[in-house]
Design a protein around this ligand. Structure first.
Ligand SMILES: NC(=O)c1ccc[n+]([C@@H]2O[C@H](COP(=O)([O-])OP(=O)(O)OC[C@H]3O[C@@H](n4cnc5c(N)ncnc54)[C@H](O)[C@@H]3O)[C@@H](O)[C@H]2O)c1
Length: 412
């Protein structure tokens, strides 16, 4: 947040924290250096990566005068696309000094004087890229992943265990598949909680069940540890470029202390409220993502069977009311046979839809639109596309439609 501002969920007016603070509490910033070493190839628009090619160049806000960098909105093309700014200013994330509960002020105060030691648990598609960004910003990272070599590949020093890593970190980032794994890593024997200490901040960047998040927040609070939930959006492409969108739940003060740690990999940070608010926001967003991806896939398979030209059909969608993130950023590649491998798998997408359904049940809101994406990604899983990018849902629907492919496989 050093170079940006934070958008508050409550929209309260407040004093300016600095020349780049945002009116409504959103942190926006341009990306710093773009990481060049990428395990999975070059980043693409939809958060996936192509196996070869150049990483997208980060043009985000670089050309904007300083006074315009305070607030930016994504234009068509989504995260990682070009942005523009306006001149609204607003409140700070939180006042420095006073920290949440249990008198952690002195610990944090000390921490601010020295550089916080950063640890990352889970160095897969997202955690690996986030680690790389932090390391390339000049902040060393210690990493733990059960898959050997992942920490080193991301430029981190490998820790032998979760316990060792937890003891060695002031800011601990988690990027894990789901709440089952997160709870095991946190609450398990010799896990994060057992080895945590007063004054630490743990940030969960995973997409997780908000109810589990709140439970962990309470367990950490009892030990004087801040647990912050930070849903991330933008996928692998934005992680590579350091332009992820973060939706954060937890104390504003913890968020302030995290500025330098989050800065290398995020362009926009939304402070959404208390514990669980970040993960709730992420689950709502991903449901829309799942709906638009599955529905667009279905329409294109139908269009193909009807004999329509795929490029022309997408052109029409993108000039009409059917336009969405998938029509803009995914299918223009998929119709040419590039599925943008490397991003969110169908298994993880299915997990997100289930999280959405569960959250709405908790809230007492009927979910009338979850059947479509639920069935679509279940079909993808059952037809063998579970661990491939969720864009492959179009092939699953194509299989069910008699073997339809949007692209001409011979031509590739
Ligand atoms: N991939 C995306 O585009 C994307 C975008 C936004 C959010 N997310 C979310 O971020 C999280 C991570 O996603 P990903 O795509 O990087 O998944 P991934 O499967 O690539 O990475 C998860 C990592 O966690 C590690 N892991 C598994 N069990 C572990 C354990 N017990 N202890 C330590 N490490 C363990 C795995 O080895 C793996 O490296 C998920 O919750 C996902 O929903 C992903």
């Amino acid at each position: 947040m050093r170079r940006g501002d934070v958008r508050r969920a409550d929209g309260r007016a407040g004093q300016r924290r600095g020349p780049r603070s945002g009116a409504d509490g959103v942190v926006h910033r341009g990306a710093g250096r773009v990481g060049r070493r990428q395990r999975h190839g070059s980043a693409r628009h939809d958060g996936s990566v192509a196996p070869h090619g150049n990483p997208g160049r980060d043009r985000v806000r670089r050309g904007l005068p300083a006074q315009c960098r305070c607030r930016v909105r994504a234009r068509r093309g989504g995260v990682g696309g070009r942005r523009f700014g306006d001149r609204q200013h607003g409140p700070p994330v939180g006042r420095r000094g006073r920290v949440g509960h249990h008198g952690r002020r002195s610990a944090r105060k000390g921490e601010r004087m020295s550089t916080p030691r950063i640890g990352v648990i889970g160095l897969g598609n997202m955690g690996g890229r986030i680690t790389r960004r932090i390391v390339e910003s000049g902040q060393p990272v210690t990493g733990y992943d059960p898959v050997p070599g992942r920490a080193e590949e991301a430029g981190a020093t490998a820790a032998a265990s979760v316990a060792e890593l937890t003891r060695a970190a002031d800011h601990l980032l988690l990027s894990l598949p789901d709440s089952t794994v997160i709870e095991k890593v946190v609450l398990g024997e010799d896990g994060v909680l057992a080895n945590s200490r007063d004054g630490q901040i743990v940030v969960d960047l995973s997409t997780a069940a908000p109810s589990s998040t709140v439970k962990l927040h309470e367990a950490f609070a009892a030990r004087g540890v801040e647990f912050v939930d930070a849903g991330i959006s933008g996928g692998a492409a934005a992680a590579d470029k350091g332009t992820l969108t973060l939706m954060v739940g937890g104390s504003a003060d913890a968020l302030t202390h995290l500025e330098k740690t989050l800065e290398p990999f995020s362009a926009t940070v939304f402070a959404m409220g208390g514990s669980g608010a970040g993960h709730t926001t992420k689950v709502l967003n991903n449901f829309l993502n799942a709906v638009s991806l599955a529905a667009t896939a279905e329409t294109l398979v139908a269009g193909k069977k009807a004999g329509l030209d795929m490029h022309r059909l997408l052109e029409v969608f993108n000039a009409s009311t059917g336009v969405n993130f998938a029509t803009l950023n995914r299918f223009p590649h998929i119709v040419d046979g590039d599925y943008l491998e490397g991003g969110l798998t169908s298994t993880l997408m299915m997990k997100d839809v289930v999280l959405y359904v569960n959250r709405l049940r908790e809230l007492g809101v009927p979910t009338l639109n979850s059947a479509g994406p639920m069935a679509s990604f279940a079909l993808a899983q059952s037809l063998g596309y579970a661990d491939q990018i969720s864009n492959r849902v179009v092939d699953a629907i194509g299989d069910a439609a008699g073997g339809v492919r949007l692209h001409d496989e011979e031509a590739r």
